[in-house]
Design a protein around this ligand. Structure first.
Ligand code: TRP
Length: 474
């Protein structure tokens, strides 16, 4: 199958697709808000250090595994371990995780799409009512929105790597950037905008503690699409001549830059609405910010530009978030798609149909777990509380398994595949990497402190989430 494996047409196509994957809902709202709450510039600095010194080596390792094997994550673990059965568990997890994350991300993307449509229909005033969200997610109209979002994602994916994923990324990513800078330019003209910028940027090191550091690292890790099998899959679609090291850096920089710039949109908007905002009270959850808090703020711009103007600003905002979400969704569904194509010899169309049916069913169940159906809403009880099916999927796969997958990548690359093979793969297409400080650093970090840190995060998450007990005190 590898001989006729699909490929991106250019390095730029790969970078845009991978950056499109990394830039998501969390970049646009979650990141700016948690930066502001957790030390502003101090958080930004720590985050940048984590991206450069902890996430980048893991990213390069994932990409090297994908390009070397030219396989989906399951196939990559299988091939590079020489068929060692023990590693197929890691390979299986690297495909199951994106499958499940696709479900939870789909639920949120559907809501975004719903808000986008509602704004276009002139209903911003209804969205701005704080009780609206709770009603909205329990209306049957969400299933129609779900059908449309599913259709869009599949229309992109059925086009394949070049004509689907790459084409979509080449349109969506530049558009996203234009929309974002446009909104920043507008928001910065509002009264008190600078107060927001100040809260966002001025460092407050007193906020830094173990839990903030843990949060920053987890956020950087998730934001960059690590542990999801995505970068492995996308890198399996690039040629041996391409530069992984440079590509990984570009993806990390783009993702972090978009997150940073988004702060220049969100914080000024919040402070111009209420100059006396207490940042401690802002929710760090992207969901409650986007659906419960920001519509109110977007509506308030009507005193400046009228209701139609405010609706246009809100439309641009939801479109921006929707574009960011779609490219992430596409990337995450591509992982099980490529696994089914490679491992089960299915055609792309059949693989997509199988996934549409299976993720579709789970997405419907998750969507009904916000009150529509009781047993799904009170699905399980752990960590001292009742949890819905949606919470369970989120807690298990997004919060817990991701760092575990990252840990597997480190251990696999260093102890099974071996450093020399990793280095050889990264040197291909990037000659100056050979013998460089970067190479030594990647080897050292991946074999020492990065796996230790990922292990600590994993153990800490399991104990706090599922047993309501904090081993490390954060
Ligand atoms: N940065 C994304 C976000 O903020 C997180 C993410 C990365 C993601 N890759 C993804 C989410 C793939 C879904 C699918 O939302």
């Amino acid at each position: 199958m590898s001989a006729n494996r699909e490929h991106f047409s250019s390095r730029l196509g790969f970078i845009l697709a991978a950056a499109g994957s990394a830039v998501g809902i969390g970049n646009l709202v979650g990141f700016p808000v948690s930066a502001t709450k957790n030390g502003g510039g101090a958080f930004l600095l720590v985050y940048a250090l984590f991206v450069a010194f902890i996430c980048l080596p893991v990213m390069m390792a994932e990409m090297a595994m994908g390009r070397k094997s030219q396989k989906d994550p399951y196939g990559a673990y299988k091939d590079l371990s020489g068929g060692d059965k023990r590693w197929s568990i890691a390979g299986g997890l690297a495909v199951l995780t994106p499958f499940m994350i696709a479900v939870f991300y789909m639920v949120i993307t559907v809501w975004i799409f719903g808000y986008l449509v509602q704004t276009a229909m002139g209903n911003l005033d209804a969205l701005a009512n704080p009780s609206h969200f709770g009603q909205f997610i329990n209306q049957t109209s969400v299933f129609w929105y779900m059908l449309l979002v599913g259709l869009i994602v599949n229309l992109i994916l059925v086009g394949g790597v070049k004509q689907g994923i790459e084409k979509a990324a080449k349109f969506l990513m530049p558009t996203l950037f234009v929309l974002l800078t446009g909104l920043v330019a507008y928001v910065l003209t509002l009264d008190n905008a600078m107060a927001g910028v100040r809260y966002y940027i001025v460092p407050d090191f007193s906020k830094m503690d173990a839990s903030v550091l843990n949060g920053a690292l987890s956020q950087a890790f998730f934001s960059l699409s690590l542990g999801m099998g995505i970068l492995m899959t996308y890198a399996s679609y690039i040629s041996k001549k391409d530069d992984i090291v440079g590509g990984a850096k570009m993806v990390a920089i783009t993702d972090s830059l978009v997150a940073f710039i988004a702060g220049l949109m969100v914080l000024p908007a919040i402070f111009s609405f209420n100059p006396a905002t207490n940042t401690d009270e802002l929710s760090e959850s992207s969901v409650s910010m986007i659906f419960e808090f920001l519509p109110k703020i977007l509506l308030a711009t009507q005193s400046d530009i009228g209701y139609v103007g405010a609706s246009i600003v809100a439309f641009i905002f939801f479109l921006l978030v929707f574009f960011a979400a779609i490219t992430s969704l596409v990337s995450i569904v591509e992982v099980p798609t490529s696994a089914l194509m490679e491992e089960k010899n299915l055609s792309r169309k059949t693989a997509l149909l199988v996934l549409a049916a299976s993720t579709g069913l789970l997405t419907v169940l998750c969507t009904m777990s916000f009150g529509m159906v009781d047993w799904l809403t009170q699905f399980v009880n752990y960590g001292g509380a009742n949890k819905s099916l949606f919470d369970l999927v989120y807690d298990v796969f997004y919060d817990t398994i991701l760092p575990l997958n990252g840990l597997m990548v480190c251990l696999f690359v260093i102890y099974r595949w071996k450093k020399s093979n990793l280095n050889a793969e990264l040197e291909q297409g990037c000659e100056h990497y050979k013998g460089s400080f970067g190479e030594k650093y990647v080897n050292f970090s991946l074999s020492t402190f990065i796996p230790v840190i990922l292990l600590i995060i994993f153990v800490n998450t399991v104990s706090t989430k599922f047993f309501a007990f904090s081993i490390f005190g954060f």
